[in-house]
Design a protein around this ligand. Structure first.
Ligand code: ADP
Length: 261
């Protein structure tokens, strides 16, 4: 059965009618450090993503990936350039689950903050627990969960925010290789059932190719877009597929040389 992710929804028009769901034009961001020095994180970044697409952003450490997500979520403003993006929610690198709340109440937190009554919020969260592979863990405290399970709860909380755009910052960065592979499969399956526009920051090029519709490669700091690769491969994708390997090698070469040639 085709998923909504595969049969892309028509993007709405907004913010000047660009036709894209997310559009950045010439975005730059410079931080002023305490000692007065300036650190330019992003330089002239332009990129686009359609509704329901998963856009992966890869690049070396410190090239402005987290800054990019914070800009999309309006937690910061660009110094230059324009950003068109529907309401977006950030899932930060660390899960930030509250240790004194159950998994269910942690997942329901976004709904509670938005004003939902406790029983209502719990009922909505509980409905997705089975779908997200969390059945039976409703009453567990975060310290009783594995790293992968904690990320599932954190993702569910992000999903329940109801925002159309999810910004995921290295969601599987702290997981071991086997759990990471399981979680990549899980995320692809979850998004097939609960489609959203997703911007996924990862340092793992293979993860980007396995999951994304499009991969933006950033240069070392200040992050500039070196390439935006379309990943027009059928799903589900396997890391051993020839096409996946070829695209991974291409993206790695672009990362290593900083150019497309
Ligand atoms: P990435 O996520 O790719 O590792 P970041 O967006 O976190 O990169 O950071 C980009 C650069 O900006 C880094 O050099 C980082 O040290 C610097 N930076 C990030 N936040 C701040 C800040 N609040 N003040 C000063 N420099 C910052």
């Amino acid at each position: 059965m085709p998923t909504q992710l595969q049969s892309r929804a028509q993007p709405p028009t907004f913010g000047g009618g660009t036709g894209a769901h997310i559009a950045l034009e010439g975005v730059s961001r410079t931080y002023s450090a305490r000692n007065g020095a300036e650190v330019q994180a992003l330089a002239e970044v332009s990129l686009r993503a359609g509704a329901g697409e998963l856009l992966a952003v890869v690049g070396p450490s410190g090239c402005g990936k987290s800054t990019l997500l914070e800009l999309l979520c309006r937690l910061q403003s660009p110094d230059r350039g324009s950003i068109s993006c529907p309401p977006a929610v950030l899932m930060p690198q660390h899960d930030l689950l509250l240790p004194w709340l159950s998994a269910l109440d942690n997942a329901a937190l976004a709904l509670r903050i938005a004003g939902a009554k406790r029983a209502q919020a719990r009922a909505r969260a509980e409905g997705l627990f089975v779908e997200l592979g969390l059945a039976g863990f409703q009453h567990a405290r975060p310290h009783e969960l594995s790293g992968g399970m904690r990320q599932r709860v954190a993702f569910l909380r992000t999903l329940l925010s109801g925002k159309p755009v999810l910004c995921l910052d290295e969601p599987f960065g702290a997981l071991d290789a086997i759990t990471r592979a399981e979680m990549q499969e899980w995320l692809a399956g979850t998004l097939a059932g609960e489609p959203r526009t997703v911007v996924l920051v990862t340092h793992d090029v293979e993860e980007a190719i396995l999951l994304a519709d499009s991969v933006v490669v950033l240069s070392p700091r200040p992050g500039r877009v070196v390439a935006q690769l379309e990943v027009e491969l059928a799903r589900p994708r396997r890391r051993t597929d020839g096409d996946v390997i070829a695209l991974r090698e291409r993206a790695l070469a672009i990362l290593a040389t900083g150019s497309q040639s």
